[in-house]
Design a protein around this ligand. Structure first.
Ligand code: SAM
Length: 434
């Protein structure tokens, strides 16, 4: 037996022992209210320190390779092939708000089914499939083993969780999932925009005689756009504080202009972190018109004060140079997860407009996207290249590596000056006007 295999066996035995102790050992004095409360307090937006991030990444990669070496390739491929089932389980839980039902006390499948209006036996089977994925658990101190409770994972599907991922799931499954079934078509040509030509959404828009591009779809469906904006807010649950802390120009900025600010979560996170900083959030009129109402709903009191004192919001489209904010000397312009929605031609258009609006002011532009590199074999976060393909099918967009950004900036009058890795899946690419 090789050293790696022995390590894997030892790790496996250790995990089984810990799992047994947690379930049946002294730690199993399960207190429902305390468990639910404990799931609500973790701040998932704050990343661990750098050495932990690097160390955990290495350990994870090592454990994954050990686990794979024990799993025959056909079994691994089957697990991957059925991956859509996990997405659908999450969607069902999110749509029917099952995690909310379990906040009060542990419940049987029959009780849950009665509350959400579903079939009892089918509900039990769905819940058990969820448990296999770590979504929900069985209450450890109920002798019949038939009472379901939330787990750490299902807790973030609660509607009231401070890091709720519910709207992210509703958005991905409601708006993007269908387009993935046309990936085999999307791959054929860079002009193939499956979202706008083949998806169910395109069919719905066509039936109403409306344009089928993403912007027109959201413009015509405010309730779907609200879910999309909620999904953008959910992005902040994934180590967003790292996107603020790990970027020198943001640390040193006097004023930030956040282009495509959505509900303002990222802007307010920057302002809350740096007390001298002021900021402007910029987005489409129909988005900015919803920001004020949402700020009071979403933000803790302290952030609302920050919003009132140091943030302002401006509406317009970055495709129209006359609608852009008046930039000031030394502004730091942030654009986080904005460009990956757009084709290269559109990105060049937006950047050229920004360049015109900036004129002879010295500003720093920061583009924040999934930090995909030029060597795919060096990738440590599979979510990055997968989100890149998500953008391909969803909006004909793309995540881009530094070498791609270099060429794009050049076409639009900017120069790539630096890159900043963060303790999240996002990397910042910095550019200055030429
Ligand atoms: C993927 S979201 C990113 C949100 C936010 N920057 C973040 O990091 O959470 C893209 C944002 O760009 C905005 N957007 C799309 N087209 C726009 C346009 N023409 N002008 C200004 N903003 C636009 C959308 O409304 C949306 O809020």
């Amino acid at each position: 037996m090789g050293a790696l295999t022995s390590f894997g066996v030892a790790t496996g035995l250790f995990s089984v022992m810990v799992g047994w102790l947690l379930t049946y050992g002294p730690a199993a004095q399960y207190d429902h209210a305390a468990a639910e409360a404990s799931y609500m307090v973790d701040d998932y937006s704050s990343p661990p320190i750098w050495p932990v991030v690097m160390g955990v990444g290495q350990i994870q990669a090592g454990l994954n390779s050990v686990s794979k070496s024990f799993t025959p390739p056909p079994t691994q491929v089957m697990d991957m092939a059925i991956g859509f089932a996990t997405s659908q389980l999450l969607f069902t839980v999110a749509k029917l708000k099952i995690a909310d039902v379990l906040v009060e006390r542990p419940k049987t499948a029959d009780e849950i089914a009665r509350e959400i209006g579903t079939d009892q036996e089918r509900t039990r089977r769905v819940l058990n499939a969820c448990i296999a994925k770590g979504i929900f658990d069985i209450a450890p101190n109920e002798p019949t083993r038939s009472f379901y409770v939330n787990s750490k994972l299902s807790a973030v599907l609660r509607t009231d969780h401070p890091h709720s991922m519910r709207e992210m799931i509703l958005h991905q499954m409601g708006d993007a999932y269908d387009s993935w079934s046309f990936l085999h078509e999307a791959i054929k040509s860079k002009d193939e925009v499956v979202f706008a030509t083949r998806s169910r959404i395109a069919e719905e828009q066509n039936a109403k005689g409306l344009d089928t591009d993403l912007s027109s779809f959201y413009g015509a469906n405010p309730e779907r756009e609200a879910i999309f904006q909620g999904a953008m807010t959910a992005m902040d649950s994934m180590a967003a504080q790292a996107t603020v802390n790990d970027c020198e120009p943001i640390q040193q900025a006097k004023r930030v202009v956040d282009m495509g600010c959505a509900q303002g979560d990222f802007l307010l996170r920057m302002l809350s972190t740096y007390p001298e900083l002021t900021g402007v959030g910029f987005d489409l009129p129909r988005v900015i018109s919803t920001v004020e109402g949402n700020l009071s709903k979403l933000l803790p009191e302290a952030s609302q004060k920050v919003a009132a004192e140091r943030a302002s919001f401006q509406q317009g489209s970055f495709f129209n140079v006359d609608e852009l904010p008046a930039f000031e000397e030394d502004d730091v312009i942030t654009m986080r997860y904005v460009f990956h929605e757009w084709s290269e031609a559109d990105v060049v258009k937006i950047l050229s407009n920004l360049r015109k609006a900036v004129g002879d002011k010295q500003v720093t532009l920061l583009v924040g996207e999934s930090a995909i590199g030029d060597d795919p074999s060096a990738e440590v976060m599979p979510i990055r290249p997968i989100m890149d393909v998500n953008m391909m099918v969803f909006s004909n967009g793309s995540d881009r590596s530094p070498s791609q950004w270099k060429g794009i900036f050049k076409q639009a009058g900017w120069k790539l000056t630096k890159g900043y890795a963060t303790r999240s899946s996002l990397g910042w690419t910095e550019a200055t006007p030429v």
